[in-house]
Design a protein. Structure first.
Length: 123
């Protein structure tokens, strides 16, 4: 008896759940190339995604003001709750961090070529 009810719930979540696609925007560059700078790509649910040139030694916490804040999902209204770092040269070794754990964000140093994606968790 529990199996049909579970199937109905799974079907309802699948059909009625949040359906969204991340917008694909052209890569816009912010900042200046120069000595002591690294390039990182910021993507996901942010106001200004793009390639940013930041100081070598920048952390996840130090870049939080660069991209103009978070964008809410058009479908569900949620904003990002985590950030995913795809290390340059090793994107399969992605690392996830909760945005609510600010102490963790202060210790994560970014490297040249890293991709940083601010993700909205959906059901």
């Amino acid at each position: 008896m529990r199996t049909p009810a579970l199937l109905v719930v799974l079907f309802a979540v699948t059909v009625c759940g949040c359906r969204h696609t991340q917008p694909i925007a052209p890569v816009v560059e912010y900042g200046q190339v120069g000595p002591g700078k690294i390039a990182i790509l910021i993507a996901g649910s942010v106001e200004r995604p793009g390639r940013y040139y930041v100081a070598d030694g920048a952390t996840l916490a130090s870049i939080s003001d660069l991209f103009g804040g978070f964008r809410a999902c058009d479908t569900c209204g949620f904003t990002p709750s985590r950030v995913i770092v795809f290390p340059s040269g090793h994107p399969e070794q992605k690392q996830r961090y909760s945005l609510s754990r600010t102490n963790d964000l202060q210790t994560v140093r970014l490297r040249d070529g890293d991709r940083v994606s601010y993700a909205t968790i959906h059901f």
